[in-house]
Design a binder for this molecule. Structure first.
Ligand SMILES: [Mg+2]
Length: 185
């Protein structure tokens, strides 16, 4: 299973949730699978997608927020997991698609290819709901059954990026449309 297949299933499992997506290849893949006003594509600030998702979740408690993170990104901001777990917003799901590599910079291996285990780290950070999904056919049913809560979902995949086009939106356009969506009650 590749990240592209996972993102496709995530999108199919959603209704009107906000998605905040890790920068680079994951955002390009999400854009090409299904662009929607509820999608926010990170265009910089590697590592901060979980922090930004957390901020949106606590400031908009009536919206459901899905964070799509990657292993390389999460590894450079592990403290964010502690912040999220201790504040446990009931409307946030952090999905980490772990391909054991820095996919957007040439597939250099990350430490999850060796000894590091993000499921154990999430547990240690204090997450009470941790879901590990191993089969592509399990993604939709598992995500649909999550319900309210603060969830950490780990999906291990093979390295590799889909050959898709860049996100053509200007940062300003992206910001404006996203602000509109989150300011709607
Ligand atoms: Mg990765």
């Amino acid at each position: 299973m590749k990240r592209y297949d996972v993102i496709k299933k995530i999108v199919q499992s959603l209704d009107d949730e906000i998605i905040i997506c890790n920068l680079g290849a994951p955002s390009r893949e999400l854009y090409n699978i299904k662009d929607r006003n509820e999608n926010f594509y990170m265009l910089g600030s590697m590592g901060l997608v979980s922090s930004i998702s957390f901020g949106v979740a606590i400031s908009k408690p009536n919206k459901r927020v899905i964070c799509i993170d990657g292993d390389g990104s999460l590894l450079m901001n592990l403290g964010s997991l502690c912040t999220i777990a201790n504040n446990h917003p009931q409307n946030l799901t952090v999905i980490t698609i772990d391909n054991s590599s820095y996919g957007s910079t040439g597939d250099q291996k990350t430490y999850t290819s060796n000894k590091t285990n993000l499921e154990v780290i999430a547990k240690g950070a204090g997450f009470e709901s941790i879901i590990v999904i191993k089969k592509v056919e399990d993604i939709i049913p598992r995500l649909k059954n999550l319900g309210v809560g603060c969830h950490f979902v780990l999906i291990k995949v093979d390295p590799g990026n889909a050959q898709v086009e860049n996100v053509p939106l200007l940062p300003e356009e992206l910001k404006e449309r996203f602000m509109k969506v989150i300011s709607r009650e």
